[in-house]
Design a binder for this molecule. Structure first.
Ligand SMILES: [Fe+2]
Ligand SMILES: [Fe+2]
Length: 472
């Protein structure tokens, strides 16, 4: 397993290891006062062991988090670069006189918690604290558990909020919590640095201030990191789901049918995502924006037509091209409006390489084109869904459109249509790139039926029992 992880990104992790081990070794050479060369070499060996351990721990953490997010090498690079910057700062801080409370470990943990989740935050916190403990002088060792506790607390606190406006409140709460944690731990450490009230109060105050400033910095700098990383944070997801966001406003006024379809798809996808434990924010946002490409020619899509169908005036190949273009137009529009890369990737694969069946059969039945038509010509030239979130969107999109077009929506017909759509996608090999399991697909189908049932108030047709020998 480890071999597989390192094989993929070994250059990045190798560079991180060399960077950390060089800094720790330099620190050891400078700070160890003994003149015995053997002892110094032993310290350097320890520095290399610590560097290996932290790099290994970071690598395992990064690979695990990234595999769940299906994120590319860009984010691995961002995490590693932030970690290296943090280690460099720690190197100077550990050499300075009692400057441990300005540690950037708290800022880095907060940043990772928001962008990549709590797991990445605590992995980074443990590594930074390990490095701090090794590089700092013995009398400052008490700061290591304090910084670790503060990092874990503020990261947990910050991941519990979903709105950008409450982040600064979290900064205040985190600062109070940090003060309490630092104060308690320093009090427990009766020897060494924390031997009088003034020092305890002063240092606890500084750590609380660090915590508050870190969160305030995050408030200011987060949009930049969201842009660079392409990650959809909870805060950005809330903003994008707001009806006043520019693209949704356009969708409501220029393509109301598509907007309504997107809301339905979003509801279906959200329920399915919750049931199998994928990134629901990503699924919801991607579902709301999946058909924004239709904004270019809304009247060419069934849900926006009022009686007249402009495709009647076109040959099947022209119609096919218009349908195909809603994917590329959607990606262009998403980039123009700076949607997160994660969302754009899911939008790009929401039809996979499925066939535009209606126009394929229209071409087959056309006297002019009929004999030369092949199905491949009518297949979308787009990637198949890879992430589970992308699979959910593909299925929800098809199910919503198919059920909406059913003339008779009762429990039996809807259930059969949902099963047919899902089985059709499997048979057409559309889910072959994804790691989704049959168990999860069954769960998704079951959730779709429940949500659609609630929406259309489906009832089973009860047959009247035959009254044999009734006394009435
Ligand atoms: Fe679409
Ligand atoms: Fe759609």
């Amino acid at each position: 397993m480890l071999k597989k992880w390192f094989k993929k990104h070994y250059i990045i992790y190798g560079f991180l290891f060399i960077f950390v081990s060089v800094l720790l070794s330099v620190n050891v050479v400078d700070s160890v006062t003994v003149s015995n060369l053997f002892v110094k070499l032993l310290y350097i060996l320890c520095a290399i062991v610590i560097s290996s351990l932290t790099t290994l721990f970071m690598a395992v953490g990064i690979e695990e988090v990234m595999s769940k997010k299906n994120s590319g090498i860009k984010n691995i690079f961002i995490i590693t670069a932030c970690e290296m910057a943090c280690v460099l700062a720690l190197f100077f801080i550990c050499r300075a006189e009692n400057l441990m409370f300005v540690t950037p470990a708290i800022f880095v943990s907060c940043l990772f918690a928001i962008l990549y989740g709590y797991k990445m935050a605590w992995v980074s916190a443990v590594c930074n604290v390990l490095i701090t403990a090794f590089a700092s002088r013995p009398e400052f060792l008490i700061y290591a558990p304090i910084i670790l506790a503060v990092c874990l607390m503020i990261s947990k606190l910050i991941t519990s909020t979903k709105e950008r406006s409450t982040l600064s409140m979290m900064g205040v709460g985190g600062a109070i919590g940090s003060f309490a944690v630092s104060f308690a731990l320093m009090l427990l450490n009766s020897t060494g640095l924390a031997d009088n009230w003034t020092v305890i109060l002063r240092d606890s105050g500084f750590i609380a201030l660090n915590c508050f400033i870190s969160v305030m910095l995050i408030v200011g700098i987060l949009p930049l990191f969201e842009r660079i990383s392409g990650v959809l944070t909870e805060f950005r997801a809330q903003e994008l789901m707001n009806q006043n966001s520019p693209l949704l406003k356009r969708l409501i006024s220029e393509a109301p049918g598509t907007y309504h379809h997107s809301v339905m798809v979003s509801n279906l996808a959200e329920a399915a995502s919750d049931s199998i434990g994928t990134n629901t924010s990503l699924v919801k946002v991607a579902a709301m924006y999946h058909d924004i490409g239709k904004l270019k020619r809304p009247q060419y899509f069934g849900e926006n037509q009022n009686g007249s169908n402009p495709h009647d005036m076109l040959d099947p190949y022209e119609s096919r091209d218009i349908l195909f273009s809603h994917i590329t137009d959607g990606i262009d529009l998403a980039r123009k409006y700076k949607l997160p890369t994660e969302v754009i990737d899911v939008i790009g694969s929401h039809h996979g390489n499925t066939t535009t069946t209606y126009f394929y059969y229209k071409a087959l039945n056309d006297k002019y084109f009929g004999d030369d038509v092949t199905e491949d010509e009518f297949r979308y030239n787009a990637p198949k869904p890879v992430s589970k979130e992308a699979v959910i969107l593909m299925l929800a999109d098809s199910v919503e459109a198919a059920v909406r077009s059913l003339p008779d929506k009762n429990e039996e017909t809807v259930s059969k249509r949902v099963d047919d759509i899902i089985n059709g996608k499997i048979a057409d090999n559309q889910l072959s790139e994804s790691a989704i399991s049959f168990k999860e697909i069954n769960e998704i189908g079951a959730r779709f039926k429940v949500v659609i049932g609630g929406y259309y108030h489906l009832r089973t047709e009860y047959k009247k029992p035959e009254l044999v020998g009734s006394n009435e």
